[in-house]
Design a protein around this ligand. Structure first.
Ligand code: HEC
Length: 442
């Protein structure tokens, strides 16, 4: 269905294209306005400030790094389970901190080095990792408070303007009989005319519980089925896992995926995603009950909408249509390193702005690449150590262009240690291999 979906989606924006394009393209490049502001604010001179005798200190070298790279999640009430915002807090867990940063598990950023450059890259540089580790190895000197430096958090862009917010219609108390509760909430789209969404931002209510949120869009026609599903267990929303439930994953458009710390705000490069009057938003919320006390959650999303968009975009799911029948993406029991891949030759030119990969829990690695008609290969996204908990869209530093004749390819790899054969499906024990790409007309 990817093929058909691509075709069907072409038709709509193509109409707008004739009316819209022409002069605006080149000048619209910087429309987001936050390109520069979102550069990682690396504390370049942290090494220079290192005092000869005692090496890096908390106040001068480590505190600013915690503030720029960790505290957005590791503070009271946030998702990171423990705080890293004071000398004492970090000292207590310093061995774990050293291990997590050396291993690049933290801050969570799964896009592999050397694929392509992304904006809002929250990773620590090698020098920064060395500074933290050296500080710990040298006995965690506190240093001189009068030399204290402050770090600005990376990637907290937010929206240029909030037009309205949608919240869960009724607060939902996650089911804590399981460590993870995946719940989908259908929310009617309240705008009575066709508009473009130019940005959105998730505001987790119980920040310590909300581990990730994926916003899907469903056509008006699905409203009845969504409400029927919701009515089943008498609680707000319905249980869902790897997709929006009710609707086949490839039929529901993604609006975006959000994980803590990855505030995305406006779509890049002035892209607006068309949203029809009468649509539904399906919010898939992953509650992780290990982190916090179980409490009613009423997460909301802020939206920015426009009647017109500089670039008309959409998030294109990309997968092998034949996998969707649940029998042709076989991941046999007990086998490691199972791979499947799919290629598609582009029929027209498009700009692409961000990429996301989606598998379930057996996923090990995945990538999406573009082989240009001239033969060169361009990596869009590669994840070498897939972690279901850390899904997000990675926005390219500079938009890329797909041209007619280029071949788009996705490949996924799984280890299946279970004694069940696994195939494509929505459930916790099923798998997927799905890319999504924010595209726009050139
Ligand atoms: C985007 C949010 C986020 C950011 C940013 C973040 N963490 Fe975490 N961190 C978490 C969450 C959530 C957990 C709980 C375990 C999990 O869900 O993976 C965690 C777990 C940890 C753990 C224990 C588990 C492990 O893998 O060792 C350590 C140590 C840690 N973080 C250190 C850090 C440090 C140091 C930074 C900054 C350099 C940082 N984290 C940045 C969210 C974050």
């Amino acid at each position: 269905m990817a093929r058909m979906a691509i075709m069907a989606r072409m038709a709509i924006p193509a109409l707008f294209l004739l009316a819209q394009l022409g002069a605006g393209c080149a000048s619209s490049e910087k429309s987001g306005g936050h390109d520069d502001a979102s550069e990682p604010n690396e504390d370049d001179d942290s090494q220079d400030d290192t005092q000869e005798d005692e090496g890096p200190t908390w106040y001068t070298n480590v505190k600013p790094l915690m503030e720029s790279h960790c505290v957005a999640c590791h503070a009271e009430g946030e998702v990171g389970t423990f705080a890293l915002d004071t000398y004492d807090a970090v000292s207590i867990v310093s061995e774990y901190v050293a291990d997590a940063v050396e291993d690049r598990r933290m801050p969570p950023w799964r896009a592999a080095e050397g694929c392509t450059d992304y904006r809002d890259d929250i990773q620590l540089s090698e020098d920064e990792i060395d500074t933290i580790v050296e500080w710990i190895d040298n006995g965690k000197a506190e240093g001189d408070i009068s030399l204290a430096k402050t770090g600005q958090p990376i990637a907290v862009e937010g929206l240029e303007r909030v037009d309205f917010s949608l919240e869960l219609p009724v607060p939902y108390t996650p089911d804590d009989s399981e460590s993870d509760d995946y719940r989908c909430f259908p929310v009617p789209w309240p705008v009575g005319e066709d508009v473009f969404v130019t940005g959105f931002q998730v505001n987790p209510d119980q920040a310590a519980l909300v581990h990730h949120v994926i916003a899907y869009v469903a056509d008006a026609g699905y409203g009845e089925a969504l409400l029927a599903e919701e009515a089943e267990d008498g609680q707000p929303g319905y249980t869902c896992f790897g997709g929006p439930g009710v609707i086949d994953q490839s039929q529901a458009d993604w609006l975006g995926a959000w994980a803590p710390g990855a505030t995305q705000g406006n779509f890049p490069n002035g892209v607006g995603v068309p949203m029809d009057a009468g649509s539904w938003i399906i919010l898939q919320v992953h509650y992780n009950n290990v982190a916090g006390a179980n409490a009613p959650d009423q997460t909301s999303i802020d939206f920015q909408v426009e009647l017109d968009a500089e670039r008309i975009g959409w998030i294109q799911p990309f997968t092998d249509p034949s996998w969707l029948d649940g029998s042709s993406m076989s991941i046999p029991a007990g086998v490691e390193g199972v791979r499947h891949d799919f290629e598609f030759e582009m029929g027209m030119s498009l700009d692409i702005h961000s990429a996301n990969l989606h598998m379930h829990r057996l996923g090990k690695a995945a990538e999406m690449t573009l082989t240009k008609a001239v033969g060169t290969e361009d990596c869009l996204i590669r994840i070498d150590d897939w972690d279901f908990n850390w899904q997000r869209s990675y926005v390219f530093d500079e938009k890329k262009t797909l041209e007619a004749g280029d071949v788009l390819r996705i490949e996924c790899e799984w280890d299946n240690p279970t004694d069940e054969d696994v195939n494509w499906g929505d459930g916790t024990s099923d798998e997927m291999c799905l890319g999504s790409i924010l595209m726009s007309l050139p």
